[in-house]
Design a protein around this ligand. Structure first.
Ligand code: SAM
Length: 298
């Protein structure tokens, strides 16, 4: 038998599930598997593209077929869930491939930010943010300061939450939109291109609640945002604030350069508020540019 000849034609049940182990259905298209269970024939459309004989792209996600693991079936609902039942070995294999591919993309975003002087979360802080997302599994995240989506992508990669993110600079927000799209995260993100104060006030008025708030916007405004963010955070939720040391100036004794002075004073007030608010359990970290993690206990 020619290796590239279909072993079987597929038959569909009413739920668009394949009726045998030799094929899968993706967005109503037949994908035939060869005798080694590799995908080798598929009809193309914008969202479902044939990548090569060993893999397919489904809504921009890469799924590789290796020789030992079988593709069983894919749920319908126009593939939106991208849920494919794999055996355990297959699942691990796909996850690894997917992460390798996406990490290259993330590095590209990081490089772009550096080349264009766009401030983004530093490495160890980003790692901690990822851990917080994994540990708390938030359903709803609010981010102040989208920039080009770097930290947003890190959070989305590490939990299944929906991200609401605010950025006042349109050009950065557009780049973030593109970057979220590259990760197929568009459905999980709501972007606001506006001043954060305006957005959070509106959110408070409509009674919104979030499980995680990542505060990474204008440093001089943290104090002003604080009562709104506290109201927006659900009980048990986490407030993660970046850059609370502001290049070391916050802890520095003596004269602070004029251009940083009001920001530093505001950050000092903010830290004092956090330390004294018994509704929060707060830890401060002298890592990177300094960050705090506060759990809302009441
Ligand atoms: C440190 S950057 C955010 C980095 C991003 N969180 C990341 O790690 O990828 C801060 C962002 O806040 C935005 N920003 C500053 N003032 C703002 C305001 N008043 N409202 C909304 N966004 C603001 C800036 O344009 C900037 O892109």
């Amino acid at each position: 038998m020619n290796e590239r000849e279909p072993k079987n034609d597929i038959k569909l049940d009413d739920n668009c599930r394949n009726s045998d182990e030799n094929s899968v259905i993706i967005q109503d298209h037949k994908i035939k598997l060869d005798e080694n269970c590799r995908v080798f024939d598929m009809k193309n459309d914008e969202k479902c593209r044939n990548l090569d004989v060993n893999s397919v792209i489904i809504h921009d996600n890469l799924f590789n077929n290796d020789e030992i693991c079988r593709n069983n079936n894919m749920k319908d609902d126009n593939c939106r869930n991208n849920k494919i039942r794999f055996d355990e070995k297959r699942r691990k294999y796909d996850k690894k491939c997917l992460e390798e591919q996406k990490d290259n993309l993330l590095q590209g975003i990081k490089d772009y930010a550096k080349e264009n002087f766009i401030p983004i979360v530093r490495e160890d802080t980003a790692k901690r943010l990822a851990v917080v997302c994994r540990d708390y599994s938030p359903n709803k995240i609010l981010e102040i300061g989208t920039a080009i989506g770097y930290s947003g992508i890190i959070m989305l990669k590490n939990c299944s939450a929906h991200l609401f993110t605010i950025e006042k600079e349109g050009e950065r927000a557009s780049l973030a939109e593109e970057n979220f799209k590259s990760y197929n995260f568009s459905d999980r993100v709501t972007q606001f291109v506006d001043d954060a104060q305006i957005v959070i006030e509106k959110m408070c008025n409509s009674g919104e609640k979030f499980d995680l708030i990542f505060l990474d916007g204008p440093k001089g405004q943290y104090v002003k945002y604080y009562p709104y963010l506290k109201k927006l955070l659900a009980k048990g939720g986490v407030l993660f604030c970046d850059n609370i040391n502001l290049l070391g100036y916050v802890k520095q004794e003596g004269k602070i350069p004029h251009k940083h002075r009001s920001m530093v004073n505001n950050l000092r007030k903010f830290i004092e508020i956090l330390q004294n608010d018994s509704d929060f359990e707060t830890e401060f970290y002298d890592i990177d540019d300094g960050y705090s993690i506060s759990k809302k206990v009441f």
